[in-house]
Write a protein that binds this ligand. Structure first.
Ligand code: NAP
Length: 496
């Protein structure tokens, strides 16, 4: 079930939000500690679905600071009026008289940590006579969620268990897979009743919460930061399009991706996307790394094959195939013996970071002649030496007669959309210009290249290609590329 807490202060606002929540929630929680003057009888008369009545004291993270007897009297009234549920704190449940129509949720909160003795605390709550046991605690590490999942899996008693905070997001989404009775979600941004709550619309539409079952496969993106990643939107939309029982979540791994992967083996995650800053550090966590990823020293994709984690890099082929498409109507099939349309092409590669490295390795492999140019000249020289190609300073790029100009720097990326890594004077109409930057979808470089008559490839093509390759690696099914591209463009504001 999805529960939307109503945290308004006035009767009118609460009634309005109860009405708005009706289509999104299975149950609404009346947080009367925020509205002590509300008319409970009237609220219950006007409800359109089941409600939880909560009157949370400050000692459990609520807003009520008055006398305990007053608080318990109101909860008792909710029972006597026949509310479907009341939420009673673990330390006072014995003081509430039961009623025939009301289930008692006995709750315990910890806003500092996920306690070590979760199992014992849960057992105590169950013994106190809870119809539903509830534990909500702060995640300080993604691994805290695993203990919540273990608790849910092991519990024979109806239980609500979740981690709060940004690191607890996955417990709010995936808990359903392990039998969580309900998850809390806000009606709108800003109306959260606890840290880390997402909106009910996001839970339903982005994570397809109602479709999560015990058999749902888990996928995710390992990154830091991760909040603005577009991958959850893209992959969840692709799973939905293909009718797959799978969900994709953001995984904010702050420091040690190897320790993270080791701990999360128990969750049997079926595939990871890996992005900044973990593409290199994660390699030792794999059971196997393919030759390409090993050569580059970085991976962006992990697939779980019967418990063995295989690392690969879809960035390389994604960038190369976007370029090959620009040179032929049909993407060149890179079977052994097939000559790539990129072989022998003169490529000016601006940048020497992670993206440049992936593109450069792919291009050199296909026999392209790569010139690396970078702001930090020594970095360009180092990459060029590793690849066996040439390097130059940014000021010299005009003199390299390139067939293809590729920007792999972040220059021109939002919000610095007026910047460009290459002056318009170096762009010639017979060139292909490829910009790795995808936000905005059309950069100044791409605009100027179009004006000069060049063929252009945007960062979106690269992004879609690598996501589609991951999808195919994980599912063995053709990726719904149009859906994936539409999601990216929509997220970037390039589509209504
Ligand atoms: P990175 O490893 O941090 O490298 C950044 C590169 O940008 C370096 O070469 C750096 O030069 C250069 N740079 C940064 N600011 C600059 C400036 N003001 N003037 C000149 N050069 C500057 O980052 P990355 O992972 O390679 O990513 C680079 C870009 O590619 C980002 O915009 C990223 O979003 C994009 N990207 C897109 C895709 C896709 O799917 N479309 C995939 C991967 C990356 P120095 O060495 O001098 O610092």
């Amino acid at each position: 079930m999805i529960c939307i807490p109503i945290v308004n202060r006035t009767q009118g606002e609460i009634e309005a939000d109860m009405a708005s929540a009706a289509g999104l929630a299975d149950v609404v929680e009346l947080r009367l500690d925020y509205a002590p003057a509300a008319d409970l009888r009237r609220l219950l008369e006007r409800r359109t679905g089941p409600v939880i009545v909560t009157y949370r004291p400050s000692r459990e993270g609520g807003a009520f600071t008055g006398p305990e007897d007053e608080r318990l009297a109101l909860l008792q009234r909710a029972v006597d009026l026949g509310a479907e549920y009341v939420d009673v704190e673990w330390d006072c449940v014995g003081r509430i008289r039961r009623g025939p129509r009301t289930k008692v949720i006995v709750s315990r909160h910890d806003f500092q940590r996920t306690p070590d003795d979760l199992v014992r605390l849960h057992a105590e709550i169950v013994r106190s006579g809870a119809d539903i046991a509830k534990i909500a605690c702060l995640a300080r590490d993604l691994r805290d969620n695993l203990r919540i999942f273990d608790l849910l899996r092991a519990s024979k008693h109806p239980t609500i268990a979740l981690c709060m905070g940004e690191l607890g997001l996955i417990s709010r989404v995936l808990g359903r897979k392990f039998g969580n009775v309900l998850t809390y979600a806000s009606l709108r941004p800003g109306s959260e009743s606890a840290p880390g709550q997402i909106t009910a619309a996001e839970l339903r539409e982005l994570y397809r919460y109602k479709k999560i079952r015990a058999a749902t496969s888990i996928y995710g993106v390992i990154a830091n930061p991760v909040a603005h990643s577009m991958s959850p939107a893209i992959h969840n939309a692709a799973f939905e399009e293909m009718g797959l029982h799978a969900v994709y979540v953001p995984l904010k791994v702050e420091t040690d991706p190897v320790a993270f992967v080791k701990a999360f083996r128990s969750l049997d995650v079926q595939g990871y996307s890996v992005t900044l800053p973990h593409k290199e550090a994660i390699l030792p966590a794999m059971d196997e790394v393919d030759e390409l990823a090993r050569k580059i020293g970085a991976l962006n994709s992990v697939v779980n094959r019967n418990g063995r984690l295989l690392g690969t890099n879809t960035d390389v082929t994604a960038a190369v195939s976007a370029l090959e498409e620009a040179f032929s109507d049909e993407p060149a099939r890179r079977k052994p013996g097939n000559r790539s349309s990129l072989s022998g092409k003169r490529i000016l590669l601006i940048g020497a970071g992670g993206a440049a490295r992936a593109v450069a390795f792919g291009l050199v492999e296909l026999g392209a002649k790569v010139m690396v140019a970078n702001r930090t000249r020594e970095r360009a020289a180092r990459l060029a030496q590793e690849l066996g190609c040439d390097s130059c300073a940014l000021s010299e790029i005009g003199s390299y007669g390139a067939d293809v100009l590729i920007n792999t720097t972040s220059v021109g990326m939002s919000p610095n959309v007026k910047e460009t890594p290459a002056p318009a004077s170096v762009l010639r109409k017979d060139m292909v210009v490829f910009d790795a930057v995808y936000n905005p979808p059309e950069t100044r470089l791409i605009r100027e290249a179009k004006a000069a008559g060049c063929r252009t490839i945007t960062g979106i093509a690269w992004f879609v290609n690598q996501a589609a390759a991951q999808f195919e690696l994980w599912t063995g099914k053709p990726a719904p590329r149009e859906v994936m591209e539409r999601v990216i463009r929509k997220k970037l504001g390039a589509l209504p």
